[in-house]
Write a protein that binds this ligand. Structure first.
Ligand code: NAP
Length: 377
């Protein structure tokens, strides 16, 4: 039951890659490193979800409080992508049952745990506590991050071309709808061309901007001023050489769709991990995982669960693919402001971009563009 001062949530997370898995396994991590890969994958399949850490007494700007736990669903993204969907769903349901036993009133399906079972819809049917994928607020943060980056990079959104990779997905589709009223042209890409064409026709019917469908990601990104990647691909999709100088890249995907090394390879583009928020309180993130985030920042999906708990809104929220409406986005922005959350600092691969760094990126982009023009003359 929901008592106003006793709001509890559980975040269902998973290891993003092998290094992350070794960290999450704590003491057993060193043992896992010695195992042959196939055996490790089999053990993970049998390992039940377990409590990893707690979030104690979080207080928002309004004075509302909540607390919760992270529960690890021990499956790697490649296992989620290639195992039978029902086996993954079973494991996520076990994690939600554990959350319920611990007293949580809401389970947040982090990362790949929400991709199965139609974005949490199947899991919510098996759960007696509220469930959310966190995708509504993650989409808000992607939009907020891109708007902030455009201002800092002096890019006029109305004249811009944005490439959205994974445009037919849950987060990608609402971002495409919203950006179709803000930019000049949208290039969209995903693997299923039929779905992509039907979706493009819907956006074109609104008649607010040009829309072009691309079969290959690299063709979609080449002319883009902004790239938003929101795919469920388990590998890197975008190469540094396919990006033009001055581009803003917001990578929401976990695992990332663009190699973090780009930070060391291209000093003329602003690339940041999208879908991260900055809450108005310190969040205790354990060990090395801390270094993988900008200070005081957390994932958008976790933030959505925290915001809903602080708000006392224990209902299935972001559930089922394609259900995020513009009204829900507006509602989440309102809840964000009320509780004092905001988009995280620009951050990629352990680097935080300061205002000075962004000035350098702009200077380098101008030089490179001039260099290209000069060579072309
Ligand atoms: N930062 C955060 O807090 C946070 C929160 C939630 C989600 N996420 C991440 O956001 C991403 C998207 O989540 P979602 O729930 O929107 O997923 P989704 O609904 O499953 O959508 C995935 C999209 O990616 C496309 N796609 C998959 N593989 C692709 C490939 N190889 N090349 C091009 N497109 C591909 C899919 O279309 P096709 O199948 O037709 O290719 C679809 O359009 C995931 O990586 C998730 O982990 C991050």
């Amino acid at each position: 039951m929901n008592k106003s001062n006793h709001k509890k949530f559980a975040f269902i997370g998973h290891p993003v890659d092998l290094n992350h898995l070794y960290i999450l396994l704590g003491f057993w991590g060193w043992f896992a490193k010695l195992l042959p890969r196939a055996m490790l994958y089999k053990i993970l399949l049998r390992l039940p979800p377990y409590k990893y850490c707690s979030f104690k007494k979080l207080m928002s700007k309004t004075g509302a409080t909540a607390s919760g736990w992270t529960i690890i669903c021990p499956l790697l993204p490649q296992q989620v992508a290639f195992l039978k969907e029902e086996d993954v769903i079973k494991k996520v349901i076990q994690a939600v049952e554990l959350a319920e036993k611990m007293g949580a009133e809401m389970a947040i399906l982090g990362g790949f745990t929400s991709i199965v079972g139609n974005e949490g819809e199947v899991i919510s049917r098996h759960s007696s506590i509220a469930v959310t994928s966190g995708n509504t607020y993650t989409a808000c943060l992607a939009i907020e991050g891109i708007e902030k980056a455009s201002k800092e990079m002096d890019l006029d959104l109305k004249q811009a071309i944005i490439a959205i990779i994974g445009a037919t997905g849950d987060i990608g589709s609402i971002c495409t709808k919203i950006f179709s009223r803000k930019v000049r042209k949208i290039n969209i890409a995903a693997r299923n061309e039929r779905k992509l064409n039907i979706f493009a026709d819907n956006i074109k019917r609104q008649g607010t901007c040009q829309v072009e469908v691309f079969k290959y990601t690299r063709d979609a990104v080449r002319e883009a001023d902004i790239i938003l990647t929101v795919t469920s691909a388990v590998s890197v999709l975008i190469k540094p050489e396919d990006i033009k100088p001055g581009t803003i890249i917001c990578d929401v995907a976990i695992p990332a769709n663009i190699a973090k090394e780009i930070v060391n390879m291209r000093d003329d583009v602003l690339v940041f991990e999208g879908g991260l928020s900055k809450p108005p309180f310190e969040v205790n993130i354990k060990g090395k995982a801390k270094k993988a985030m900008p200070p005081k920042s957390i994932f958008g999906c976790l933030s959505e669960g925290m915001l809903l708990a602080l708000e006392g809104k224990f209902e299935n929220y972001s559930i089922g693919r394609g259900n995020i409406t513009e009204q829900k986005i507006a509602e989440m922005f309102e809840i964000e402001r009320k509780h004092g959350f905001s988009v995280a600092d620009f951050f990629c691969g352990y680097k935080i971009f300061s205002k000075e760094d962004i000035k350098c990126i702009k200077r380098n982009a101008i030089r490179k563009k001039e260099g290209v023009n000069f060579a072309a003359k």
